[in-house]
Every structure is written in C-alpha cells, then in structure tokens.
Design a protein around this ligand. Structure first.
Ligand SMILES: [Zn+2]
Length: 43
C-alpha cells in the first residue's frame, strides 16, 4: 500500500486552500472552487 503525502497551497485566483498529492506539485489544474487554472505549488 502506498501512502500519498499531501501538500497545500492557495488558489492563485480565489485564494481558497487546495490540498493535493505531492506528486502533483507543479501541475496546472482547474481550481475546484472557482474553476480557474492554477499551478499547484508545494509550500
Ligand atoms: Zn480558485
């Protein structure tokens, strides 16, 4: 079983918190809150 590590960042558009698996860091996604495209930055 693989346990994923999670990181958090803020959406560049709406400022809401995004939680994502660390392996998705530096990946552009559509924010689930505002739908804007934002880069997942591990911080
Ligand atoms: Zn957003």
């Amino acid at each position: 079983m693989t346990e994923l590590e999670f990181a958090r960042c803020d959406c560049a558009h709406c400022g809401n918190h995004l939680e994502f698996p660390l392996e998705l860091a530096d990946t552009p996604v559509d924010c689930p809150h505002c739908g804007g495209n934002t880069l997942l930055l591990a911080c």
